[in-house]
Design a binder for this molecule. Sequence first.
Ligand SMILES: [Zn+2]
Length: 309
Amino acid sequence: MEPKQYYIGIDVGGTSVKEGLFDEDGNLLAKASVPTPPIVDAAGFAAVTEAIDQVVAKAQIPRAFVAGIGLAVPCPIPASGDAKVKANIAINLPELKIAIQEHCPDAVVKYENDANAAAMGEAWLGSAKGVQNVVMVTIGTGVGGGVIVNGDVVSGVVGAGGEIGHMCLNPAEERTCGCGGHGHLEQYSSATGVVSNYLAECEKAGVEPIELTGPSDSKDVFQACREGDKLALAAADTMADYLAAHWRLLPTWLIPRCSSSAAAPPPRPMSTSTRFASTLSSTRFPPRARRPLRSLRSETTPASSVPPT
Ligand SMILES: [Zn+2]
């Protein structure tokens, strides 16, 4: 029998709002994308709800059959839901939620930090399917992260848990991170970071940089890498080195039994548009590094946030 309940996932990004309609098994049935408006007034909210209408129309499903709507937003979400930090985007989350709820009164509407939501998706049906302890790194304009321990997303006190892009790896760095700190992973290993690395290499060498369209124009830097530009290659190396250094640190605080560097997954070449998840399950480690994991289960096991598979 055809399932009668459907779900909509809404990814609110800096440049576009992407929406997908899914069935109960997570199969994508329809999708839509609209340029991100300022989501602070009726016109902005309407852009989001109109995209909801688009996906249900494409799938020919009554809106009343939508049982849940999840918003992934680029800001920390505390347990109270009162998001105070809104990075690079104009959005009024409480009022957007009300607008969506009024548009789809039969649906449960919730929102979550986008990297955490991505980690939950990977743990449910993606590359970390069936794994309860997961770290996901999202590389884009910045570096985001989602951490799942024993099936629960680690949100922290203010909902900023898993923001591993702001781990300090170089306290001596003089340049300032977007958060105000210094030497953070994001400064070297994001799209913005690799451009910054490249410009620093050019300045050091006294060479005029290639033409870039913006501060996060990593595409042109990587194209220069393909053409053998030594300074662009050095910038990409710096990006990879910091990512690998960060990767080596993860097991030391997340799963102590796997703190040796041999147990860490090897860094892989990646584009800045790549989103990837890596699990810290022993089953994903090379056989020579495999060893029994100590259970991290707490005495009071919280309800799992990742659907069982
Ligand atoms: Zn930072």
